[in-house]
Ligand binder design. Structure first.
Ligand code: G3H
Length: 491
């Protein structure tokens, strides 16, 4: 049990004696009342008062760009981040354990999440060393010598998602930090405790007030921060509804930079010429890894009517092969769901689809026990159903039959989302004819492979309501800085 009572604010570990939030794991234990989520700890239920103190600390540490951190040389800032990363590596075991217990991610994927984060930090450092011609050398044009720099933007409010509570949080937090900004960091609702072991490292490796951690309910602690007008950058990996509300509440929204990774409804398109074996293999992990709780997950599958039966048979058989179990079990791919209301939501989506004429076509699909939900393959899905429009973010695979590829392009045009798409086809002319229309609807077109964020050096963004700004190793350091110039006349 981790009963966390300290929070990092203004360079100090402050002790909390107010109300706390109890953390229940999605991993259930058998009790006399049946399966119950296990209590694994608690953390401060901070209020707007502590959030405002943290804001003051971040504003003071930035000091309108005159603070120690924003004026520090790049090499020294890199050194601080390297020291922090070393301390983080020392905490690997406990952080991995907490990822498993807080969000139910398998041990293998929790280790992967940790290692990917460390690799991301080192890649960010390398990228910063090589960025543009920043802070190195001068260009002389028309008798004017100019040094291009990358300057920080100010105070960053950083919020990551529950599904990658360490990795995706750090894909914004580290670039924001290393570029000289000061930070308010609110850990995700599920995945808060795992940040606890890092607080002292933040305190020891960065100047006072550069990193401040905020605990408490989002709707209590965040609105005041935005309304203060003192946040220069909002970075959130989460829902577009929340992002829009937060942006709107900022009094000088035209001066706010937003770096956002938001909702997605990525589609797979399986054409008559697809290699069905390959399509099934890719779509299984594309739609169901980490129980479908990935923004990049395939959340709707379009299959040409002529191959729909064959696809469904192979796909359902592949679902039946997936192993359910506790996160620490070997080879497990389906694990308990952290969101407490999720099973009710998913069950409702299935009932809605059935009421509009679809069926669950795989054995046991949609059954649940405790916080486990058995993946459901639902067919034939159409535009009257929730599963056609909503981002289910869970283990349901809606399958839509189509006759003409134009229907799939129309779906993407009409969608409010625009992250990625996967085409499965062995017909080169057909693929070539789809790339241009599709790449103008989404930010990544995958051919004969699933949707995903990585490799982390590839640009990661989205169109429409799916993103703002681009996150990748080289892009993120640009997103959290501005190119500025020192120019002088040569005589
Ligand atoms: O949840 C959204 C993540 O960006 C997904 O990342 O494709 O590496 O699993 P991933």
């Amino acid at each position: 049990l981790i009963h966390q009572r300290e929070y990092l604010s203004n360079g100090e570990m402050k002790t909390w004696d107010g109300p706390v939030h109890e953390v229940y794991s999605p991993i259930c234990i058998k009790t006399e009342n049946g399966l119950e989520r296990k209590l694994i700890g608690s953390y401060p239920l901070g209020t707007a008062v502590e959030a405002a103190e943290a804001l003051d600390a971040a504003v003071a540490a930035y000091n309108n760009g005159r603070g120690e951190w924003p004026t520090m040389g790049v090499a020294e800032r890199i050194h601080c981040v390297e020291q922090f990363t070393g301390r983080m590596i020392e905490k690997k075991d406990i952080i991995v354990k907490l990822i498993m217990w807080e969000i139910g991610k398998s041990f293998a994927d929790s280790v992967k999440e940790f290692d990917r984060t460390v690799e991301y930090i080192y890649a960010t450092i390398d990228s910063l060393k090589n960025l543009d011609r920043d802070s190195s050398g001068f260009d002389i044009v028309d008798g004017i010598a100019a040094q291009v720099r990358r300057s920080p933007l100010g105070v960053v409010l950083c919020m990551g998602p529950f599904n990658y509570p360490l990795n995706e949080t750090f894909t914004t937090l580290i670039p924001a930090l290393i570029m000289g900004n000061t930070l308010l960091f609110k850990p995700p609702k599920f995945g808060t405790l795992l940040h606890y072991p890092l607080q002292e490292a933040f305190r020891d490796c960065f100047p006072k007030g550069v990193v401040n951690v905020i605990y408490g309910r989002g709707n209590t602690v965040v609105p005041g921060l935005m309304q203060s007008g003192k946040i220069n950058v909002l970075t959130l990996i989460g829902s577009s509804k929340v992002a829009n509300e937060l942006k709107k509440s900022h009094p000088k929204v035209n001066r706010l930079r937003a770096v956002l990774g938001l909702d997605a409804k990525n589609a797979a398109i399986v054409t008559p010429d697809a290699d069905l074996g390959l399509a099934v293999k890719e779509i299984i992990t594309g739609s169901l890894s980490f129980n479908g709780q990935r923004c990049t997950a395939l959340k709707i599958v379009w299959v040409h009517r002529s191959v729909a039966d064959a696809f469904l048979e192979k796909f359902s058989a592949a679902v039946a092969e997936l192993k359910f179990g506790m996160p620490w079990e070997k080879g497990v791919s389906l694990t308990p769901l952290p969101e407490t209301n999720k099973i009710e939501y998913l069950t409702g989506c299935i009932a809605d689809a059935e009421a509009h004429g679809a069926k669950v076509v795989n054995e046991n699909g949609g059954k649940s026990e405790g916080s486990f939900f058995y993946p459901a393959v639902v067919y034939p899905v159409n535009s009257d159903m929730k599963l056609y429009h909503e981002e289910q973010f869970g283990p349901i695979v809606p399958v839509v039959p189509f006759d003409d590829l134009e229907e799939t392009i129309e779906f993407l045009i009409e969608s409010t989302h625009g992250q990625q798409v996967s085409i499965f086809s062995n017909n080169a002319d057909e693929v070539a004819s789809l790339i241009d229309p599709l790449v103008n609807q989404v930010s990544r077109v995958n051919i004969n492979t699933q949707c995903q964020r990585g490799p982390d050096v590839f640009p990661f963004t989205g169109r429409k309501d799916s993103a703002e700004g681009t996150l990748s190793v080289p892009d993120a350091i640009r997103a959290f800085s501005i190119r500025s110039l020192v120019a002088f006349k040569m005589n």
